[in-house]
Design a protein around this ligand. Structure first.
Ligand code: DGJ
Length: 700
């Protein structure tokens, strides 16, 4: 076996030392060649009053060899074999990927560690499997993926949130101790997005060394970043297994979810561009390669009040505005007049739709739009025929009462009868009607996730993937949106089988600026559902002018979430204008490289997208400007001599309260070269709080 495994991508190197266990020596900038003395030059001293031997921080750290922080594996065999110590038996490298096999012959366990460094994007993925080689059952408590970081990675950026307040970020020192996140909600969750960043002190959007991580899993998870007392540090993530959730029979294996990671020496932009490119090339699959259609979703427009004639009127108005896909949200199925009943009864409500759904769909199609439908397959209302007929299909623990959430319960997808019923219902809807899009909701947590008495979040998550996969196979042209109360199930693994996220139930444009920024570190704009809502936001009661709402929605996968029939003419014209603007730049927004600019004014959010020929930059004034005059917008153009035509394409059209006289260039097209734009910048107008502008740059 070689002393080193060297995986190389376009810009980066991952060097792993292969001794008793594999240990990462370097993950970062590309190393041209491994010097002969590298082994010697990286040998660690042994400190006083510690163990007498060196303890590697391996790819799966072990308690049994003296790693006193979180081990990579935990478990036991009826109280025995709880501190395994592995030895490397094979390392098979194939191109940029390697698979290590390790064995503990005493504990009778075999570990497989897979690492794959994607050449084009520099994104590393890692997962670990364990196989029980013993002849008794092994109760696995934990199997995580560990990746060490250098000591100058001393600042942490993590995510927190809640419903309507997703993807919020927090910074902390990462010098001693650490950070730990445990998600037991049974879905990816609004609260615990499985991602974090560690970087050199003060890393920002545009500068600093950063390592980014995302665990691709839609169930429970555990994610931590730890600094050992010797200064070595690591990130570790994996599925959170409930007590007794994974019991391996002889020769049975457990495989962890993929942990994705990547390095950047150009701040968070370098990470998000790599993750976004990786998602485009390896994660999301669109059935047809076409522009992402602009949506109108009926939820906030009519809620449960479904009248087909009226919905057709909404569709006509939507088509007028330039909408390309019309989605009927919750309220279309039998008995669904409010939140408290009918989930599970996936049959059309013929009282509401006496002529069937067909006339509505035909109308939508005649107006040149696709048709989509809302479903929440994993759920059942207590007041439903499904519950009355199959109370035993509820995911729960017999003998205990479990609280409902939104007056509903979760169905046990591992129950074959239940799984088949759901497949049959969804398959029937997709076969019967011309539906090309499903908005797949999931509005509650798993409180007692029991299948036949045993903990079952893992099984439930795998069964969900299977259900979506089988539907995808049966209806390959149907796209699916992962909604989950908006923002509750956003991760790479669900995105392998869906095409869009409803990023948040909060349509407040100001809140959305933060939510969408947080999400943009991992996901490209074309999968981020972003809708214009009515001027008074339903989730916050805050009012925003259409400029702020239009600009904020325009940057994602755009849609409209309101009743167009009731909107004033001026608003409708504005919706059309923002939809047209979105379509004009959709090729760039949904295909270019996204970036964020470190603002001199902390009350601004500046972000953009670039291709080889053009750039679109949004400046959003989140709150009162920090100073009386705005700082210049300095744009990071790679080529100093290239000339650009610079043009304002959007700014508030109402009167300006803070600005008496506007810079003349706002009404002109400027010609500026890369170094002028980068080093001197463009002087901005003074924006009032909660307003935004967009600038377009075209290479000449
Ligand atoms: C929660 C979703 O996030 C909303 O967009 C809407 O679809 C409702 N559920 C419907 O019940």
């Amino acid at each position: 076996m070689n002393e080193f495994i060297h995986l190389q991508s376009k810009n980066h190197s991952l060097i792993i030392k292969t001794a008793r266990v594999p240990e990462v020596l370097h993950w970062g900038a590309k190393i041209a060649q491994i010097d002969e003395d590298l082994l010697l030059s990286t040998e660690r001293p042994i400190s006083q009053a510690r163990l007498d031997v060196d303890v590697p921080l391996s790819l799966c750290p072990e308690l049994g060899s003296g790693h006193f922080n979180a081990p990579g594996i935990e478990g036991h065999r009826d109280g025995l074999d709880w501190a395994p110590v592995f030895s490397l038996v094979a390392a098979n490298q194939s191109g940029n990927a390697v698979e290590f096999t390790l064995r503990d012959d005493m504990a009778k366990l075999e570990l497989t560690i897979e690492l794959d460094l994607d050449f084009d994007t520099d994104v590393l993925k890692k997962r670990t499997s364990v196989k029980n080689l013993g002849d008794s059952r092994y109760c696995l408590g934990k199997l995580s993926s560990t990746l060490p970081l250098p000591n100058h990675a001393n600042e942490l950026m993590t995510f927190h949130g809640r419903w309507c307040h997703e993807f919020q970020t927090q910074r902390q020192h990462f010098e001693h101790g650490g950070f730990m996140q445990e998600n037991r909600r049974g879905r990816t969750s609004h609260e615990n997005f499985p991602g974090l960043f560690v970087g050199s002190h003060g890393f920002s959007e545009q500068s600093g060394q950063v390592w980014g991580f995302h665990l691709a899993w839609s169930g429970n998870h555990q994610m931590r970043a730890d600094v050992r007392s010797d200064g070595r540090r690591f990130v570790q993530a994996g599925e959170l297994l409930l007590s007794g959730e994974s019991i391996l029979d002889t020769d049975e294996s457990y495989q962890s979810p993929w942990l994705y990671g990547c390095y950047s020496n150009s701040g968070l932009n370098g990470i998000s561009q790599r993750f976004q490119q990786f998602v485009r090339e390896n994660i999301v699959k669109f059935p047809v390669d076409k522009p992402r259609p602009v949506h109108l979703n009926t939820w906030e427009g009519i809620y449960f009040d479904h009248k087909p004639e009226y919905i057709m009127q909404m569709a006509s108005e939507a088509a007028e505005m330039g909408v390309e896909r019309f989605i009927i949200d919750d309220g279309w199925f039998i008995g669904r007049d409010g939140e408290r009943a009918a989930l599970g009864d996936w049959y059309l409500d013929e009282v509401k739709y006496p002529n069937g759904l067909e006339p509505v769909i035909e109308h939508v199609n005649d107006k040149g739009m696709e048709f989509g439908l809302w479903v929440e397959p994993e759920m059942v209302s207590q007041d439903s025929n499904l519950y009355r007929n199959h109370p035993e299909w509820v995911l729960g623990l017999q003998g205990y009462h479990q609280p409902s959430g939104r007056w509903q319960y979760v169905l046990d997808l591992q129950n074959e009868g239940c799984f088949n019923y759901l497949f049959e219902r969804l398959n029937d809807l997709l076969t019967r009607y011309n539906i090309t899009y499903l908005k797949w909701d999931m509005n509650r947590e798993l409180v007692q996730p029991g299948h036949q008495g045993r903990p079952a979040v893992h099984g439930q998550t795998m069964a969900l993937y299977r259900l979506v996969d089988e539907l995808n196979n049966a209806h390959p042209n149907v796209e699916i949106e992962s909604c989950s109360s908006g923002g509750g199930r956003i991760d790479f693994e669900i995105l392998k089988r869906t095409q869009r996220f409803w990023a948040s139930d909060c349509n407040d444009a100001l809140e959305r600026q933060a939510i969408q920024k947080g999400m943009s570190y991992f996901f490209p704009p074309e999968v981020m559902g972003a809708h214009i809502g009515p001027d008074e936001c339903h989730s916050t009661n805050r009012r925003h002018h259409i400029n702020m709402r239009g600009v904020t929605a325009l940057g994602g996968h755009m849609g409209v979430e309101l009743d167009p029939v009731k909107e004033p003419q001026a608003e409708k014209e504005a919706f059309s204008r923002y939809i047209a603007l979105h379509k004009q730049y959709r090729h760039l927004l949904h295909g270019g490289r996204s970036f964020r600019i470190d603002p001199a004014d902390k009350n601004q959010n500046i972000y953009g997208v670039e291709s080889d020929d053009e750039m679109l930059i949004t400046v959003c004034q989140l709150a009162m400007p920090d100073h009386a005059l705005p700082s210049p917008l300095r744009i990071n153009c790679t080529d100093a001599n290239t000339k650009y035509q610079v043009k304002l394409v959007e700014m508030p059209q109402t009167s300006f309260q803070l600005m008496k006289h506007r810079p003349k260039w706002l009404d002109k097209t400027l010609t500026l070269s890369g170094d002028n734009l980068k080093e001197i910048g463009i002087t901005l107008p003074i924006l009032d709080p909660e307003s935004a502008l967009i600038v377009h740059l075209q290479k000449i």
